[in-house]
Ligand binder design. Structure first.
Ligand code: KG4
Ligand code: ZN
Length: 338
């Protein structure tokens, strides 16, 4: 059998990441988080590009070292072409091109959204790979999509957000409540301690399998303004209940569409990915779906759900097997579609 080593590079948003995959198995998965954005309560694109520039070489070095290989052993270099922030994508793209050029090895471009889904195909003990066709819901700070996956590279987006991503709904709600960034994990933690029916937020009416989260954010804003006018301590006194109610509404929105998608397509294999798939509510809803709707559900290992380079490396490996290489003319594409 062949020894294929692929270096994966991810720089689409605020994480600089590199990973090495040997055949289908991840040998290293390194991420440099950019703490700088916390004080701004969101990602600042200009600062993200600069941090990528600083981090990229040390992160790649560490990934190779941890994998126990030298760059001369690499079979190919895979990188995120898009979608994402242009300045951030340019750093990873330019670096990957130079490295492949210098080593005279194939260069492989990767769609970040496909990668979130194909992360399910990393060889990992205790994690099953979904059979085709399956439905994948990618939920994070940057995306919210339901994708019908017919084959590794035959995917169809059947639903997506028309405004904010679900992670943004968490983070923006958190900001209104005075929580730190990103607020998703803390809202999740507090939600478990509160009453999900304490406050009612209406669900948006969006056609088909699409999502909308901006109305929810506005509803929460007005709700808080109104209540704080009557009681300045309203937030502190009701924080867990508010978090539980927000979470209940968001999970309801996600699962309604997932149920609809499963019903319409007749597909009962359901996979999730992206940072919000860490959420306890969505995990519980998936589990409930197994007995209620006969679903088989797939959640990847946590380190492969948030933005990472292991998912870029597995796509690189699958494309390498297909000899699906790109050229030195390739350009980053901030709005790349599945
Ligand atoms: O995939 P990710 O690391 O980065 C991208 O946005 O691509 O996702 C980050 C998002 C943030 O919005 C964060 O608040 C959310 O995932 N998040 C959560 C949880 N953990 C992370 N949202 C809800 N519940 C969680 N447990
Ligand atoms: Zn992502």
């Amino acid at each position: 059998s062949q020894n294929i080593y692929i270096l994966g590079i991810e720089s689409s948003c605020d994480d600089t990441a590199a990973a090495v995959i040997h055949n289908g198995k991840i040998l290293s998965n390194i991420i440099a988080n950019q703490k700088i954005h916390e004080e701004y309560g969101g990602v600042v694109p200009e600062l993200a590009s600069r941090a990528h520039q600083q981090n990229i070489v040390p992160v790649v070095d560490q990934a190779l070292k941890k994998a126990g290989i030298t760059k001369d052993q690499l079979s190919a270099v895979a990188f995120t072409k898009g979608p994402g922030l242009m300045g951030s994508l340019l750093v990873g793209t330019s670096f990957a091109k130079s490295l492949a050029y210098g080593l005279n090895i194939p260069l492989i471009d990767v769609n970040h959204m496909q990668a979130h889904i194909l992360a399910h195909f990393i060889d990992e003990e205790g994690f099953d790979k979904p059979p085709f066709p399956f439905l994948a819901m990618t939920i994070s700070g940057g995306h919210t999509q339901i994708v019908k996956v017919n084959n590794h590279f035959d995917m169809e987006v059947i639903g997506e957000t028309i405004d904010d991503a679900v992670g943004e709904a968490y983070d923006k709600s958190g900001k209104l409540l005075g929580l730190g960034y990103p607020a998703g994990p803390e809202i999740d933690k507090r939600a478990k301690l509160g009453n999900p029916k304490a406050f009612k937020f209406s669900k948006p009416k969006v056609d088909g399998l699409n999502f909308s989260f901006s109305g929810l954010k506005t509803a929460i804003l007005y709700f808080i303004q109104r209540e704080v006018k009557n009681n300045p301590n309203f937030i502190e006194e009701n924080l867990n209940d508010i978090c539980a109610s927000i979470q209940y509404t968001i999970i309801g929105i996600l699962t309604d569409k997932l149920k609809k998608a499963s019903k319409e397509t007749g597909i009962k294999h359901i996979a999730i990915g992206g940072g919000v798939s860490a959420n306890s509510g969505i995990r519980q809803a998936l589990k409930d779906g197994e007995s209620k709707h006969g679903w088989t559900t797939y959640v990847p290992k946590f380190e492969f759900t948030t933005d990472n380079a292991a998912m870029i490396a597995i796509v690189g490996y699958l494309k390498y097997l297909d000899k699906d290489f790109t050229t030195q003319n390739v350009m980053a594409n901030a709005r790349l579609k599945i």
